[in-house]
Ligand binder design. Structure first.
Ligand code: C5P
Length: 243
């Protein structure tokens, strides 16, 4: 398998973990023209809102709106409709909200889609910050984290969603359970030599690609680099040269 430069760039989701549009602006300018995704999470979205997302779209970036909705189905349906109307390319909900809630998200998408093109809708399975002890004792789910992740992935697929956020080490098991077309979006990516920061179980971009991940979320190795543009370009080169 070999990727073009554009295909490699479109697998990278740059995590815009910034407190304001102003704080994110320099990085966005530095990545101008690179066909990557920008991941906008709750910190930035709650500060900068829909206008900021529309600005990213106008500059040609794809947008993953990472708001992890989790509410009653009717509310999630409305939220999904509003997000779809913004023109984002991907958004997510929590699989723990259940099948009816995930189906309601898709109904909201259908309601707001003006064309055949709809955003990719994915689910969060088990947050990687949740240990097995916390999952068992506090959240009340028995068994291993991997079993919970796989059972949420299957539920997500039953509800008709397109994929899940997962650790790169879970991709093979998820693809085995749900099929190759079921998408996986993986954080915890660190190019060789990059600082780990607070991530513990990490893979390099090419290792993650070898697992079969569809998109990799990468934040600080790009956003905190001295030269973010050359940081993303070397990741793109690594992905292109991967065989
Ligand atoms: O800077 P770094 O590459 O660690 O950023 C990873 C991004 O992926 C952050 O936005 C983080 O919130 C997100 N994320 C994660 N682990 C998860 C889910 C999301 O690191 N399990």
């Amino acid at each position: 398998m070999s990727l073009t430069k554009a295909e490699a760039a479109s697998k990278i989701m740059v995590a815009l973990d910034y407190p304001s549009a102003t704080a994110a602006e320099q990085l966005i300018q530095q990545l101008n023209g690179i066909p990557c995704y920008m991941k906008v999470g709750m910190q930035l979205y709650y500060a900068a809102g829909p206008t900021f997302v529309e600005g990213l779209k106008n500059r040609g970036f794809r947008v993953f709106l990472d708001l992890k909705m989790h509410d009653i189905p009717n509310t999630v349906k409305g939220g999904a409709a509003s997000i779809t109307a913004l023109g984002v390319d991907m958004f997510n909900v929590h699989a723990a909200g259940g099948r009816a809630m995930m189906e309601a998200a898709l109904e909201g998408v259908q309601q707001a889609s003006s064309s055949n093109q709809r955003p990719t809708v994915i689910a969060v399975t088990q947050l990687t910050s949740t240990s097995q002890a916390v999952m068992n004792d506090e959240i009340g789910i028995a068994g291993t984290v991997e079993d919970a992740v796989l059972s949420y992935a299957k539920l997500t697929q039953l509800a008709g969603l397109d994929g899940v956020v997962a650790s790169p080490s879970e991709v093979i098991a998820i693809k085995n359970a749900c099929g190759q077309a079921f998408q996986t979006i993986t954080p915890g990516i660190r190019p060789l030599g990059a600082a780990l920061n607070d991530q513990s179980r990490i893979m390099t971009p090419s290792e993650a690609l070898r697992q079969g991940t569809d998109y990799m979320v990468i934040g600080r190795p790009i956003t905190a680099a001295n030269d973010p543009r050359s940081a993303i370009e070397s990741i793109i080169e690594e992905l292109i040269s991967y065989e």
